[in-house]
Design a protein around this ligand. Structure first.
Ligand code: DC
Length: 213
């Protein structure tokens, strides 16, 4: 079973994807980490983030084993990721890795921006996870503060708005709810309630498919 979970920054999709994957015994890929790793590697090597060809070369040399690096979770890596993610050449390099991951024996859970629309349009289940920018900023602020990162909630909200705008308006694979994706708005849900809602939507989608088949 392939489960695609898309949504904007800090919508909770990453945490939900991890819990859904563990519940269903499926491998999980946080595809944002791929773009974060390309952005971070480009910065380290002094490559211009606006240079499509040069950042695609960085993507082609990506060490996929390094995705656990906590540095990739920083706001700076997120901002760099959003910039390199605009380049079709970078996306093309990362596409095959994501598709191969999804097509493993048991399937997988992938979360990102374009999983249901581009990477796995044939996914068995598609969820679009969202929440208001204010609620996402409040959550991200708490998470960063807990990690001892000094930041204001206003700055986090401003960053989220910039990333939403860039991710939604780029010419290639923009953040978009697939027509056949179920909407999960987590604005007023705790993480546990959102998790239960995600499991219910997955159950509904798979039983619908079962009846159809
Ligand atoms: O989900 P995240 O915040 O880790 O993603 C970081 C950036 O990477 C995001 O701003 C846009 C980009 N991204 C993308 O374009 N496509 C994906 N499938 C995942 C992330």
């Amino acid at each position: 079973m392939i489960i695609a979970m898309d949504g904007p920054a800090a919508s909770g999709k990453g945490t939900l994807a991890e819990r859904v994957a563990s519940h269903h015994g499926l491998p999980h890929l946080d595809t944002g980490l791929l773009y974060r790793a390309v952005g971070r590697d480009a910065l380290v090597r002094g490559v211009d983030l606006d240079d499509a060809e040069a950042t695609a070369e960085v993507a082609a040399k990506l060490a996929f084993a390094m995705l656990e690096d906590p540095e990739l979770r920083t706001a700076g890596a997120g901002e760099a990721a959003s910039r390199v993610a605009r380049h079709p050449q970078v996306r093309a390099v990362l596409l095959q890795y994501q598709r191969d991951f999804a097509k493993g024996d048991r399937g997988a859970v992938l979360d990102g921006r374009d999983i249901g629309t581009v990477v796995c349009p044939e996914a068995d289940v598609k969820l679009f996870v969202t929440a208001t920018p204010e609620v996402r900023a409040a959550r991200r602020f708490l998470e960063l503060s807990a990690r001892g990162i000094a930041v204001t909630e206003e700055a986090v909200l401003a960053d989220i708005r910039v990333r939403d705008e860039r991710d939604s308006t780029r010419g290639v694979a923009p953040l978009l709810q697939a027509p056949d994706a179920a909407l999960l708005d987590t604005t007023n849900l705790s993480i546990d309630a959102a998790f239960r809602a995600a499991l219910d939507l997955i159950e509904a989608a798979t039983s619908r498919a079962g009846r159809a088949g």
